[in-house]
Write a protein that binds this ligand. Structure first.
Ligand code: SIN
Ligand code: FE2
Length: 200
């Protein structure tokens, strides 16, 4: 495992070994059977290209009513608990942080992307955001505290963990596109990104 630092983003390459990734995917299958992926729309009604679900006390949702955290899946069921291996990883990489209250699950098919944005729907922006990549590689773009300006990109690979703390916590970031068939972890291909956050 190598830890890289790019503009305050801390990238733990291959934090999860292949066997740990496979176990995590099995656990996520169970989570998604209880809280299925949905295709969200933006507040203006445009469908997002990723499909989403969540685990933890809160899930982040987007629909015509806006972006927000909810205590239940759109079907009305509570979000399943955050898998233990993710809680352990959080304690390891951000030992001083409060416990995570949301694990957002984003699923990218071969055409999905995520536009440049800031994560700012949480009440305490001093708490870090930690992301995990699984499956196909995704081109992660890191920007600035305001929209625009120079950016830097890195391919996130399966098992990589990104810590967004300090200035990176409020920096713009996004996924330009994924690299189809770059991993054999997910039988049908695609990319899963998990983002752990403290919400309250
Ligand atoms: C996000 O910023 O919400 C997702 C980032 C990623 O997919 O790696
Ligand atoms: Fe984000």
């Amino acid at each position: 495992m190598t830890v890289l630092r790019l503009r305050d983003f801390e990238i733990h390459q291959r934090y999860f070994a292949p066997e740990a990734q496979a176990r995590l995917v099995d656990t996520l299958r169970d989570v998604l059977s209880k809280a299925p992926l949905v295709q969200p729309v933006t507040p203006r009604g445009t469908p997002m290209s990723v499909r989403m679900s969540a685990a933890g006390m809160y899930g982040w949702v987007s629909d015509r009513k806006g972006y927000r955290y909810e205590l239940v899946h759109p079907s009305g069921v509570p979000w399943p608990p955050i898998p233990d291996s993710l809680i352990e990883m959080w304690r390891d990489v951000v030992p001083d942080a409060r416990a995570p209250e949301c694990c957002l699950i984003n699923w990218y098919d071969e055409t999905a992307k995520m536009g440049m944005h800031q994560d700012r729907d949480e009440a305490d922006l001093t708490q870090p955001v930690v992301s995990v990549s699984l499956g196909d590689e995704g081109l992660f773009r890191m920007g600035n505290l305001t929209r625009g300006g120079k950016t830097e990109s890195i391919w996130l690979r399966s098992g990589d963990v990104v810590v967004m703390a300090g200035d990176a916590r409020r920096a713009f970031h996004g996924i330009d596109h994924i690299r189809p068939n770059s991993s054999t972890l997910l039988p049908k291909g695609g990319r899963i990104n998990l983002t752990l956050r403290v919400v309250t």
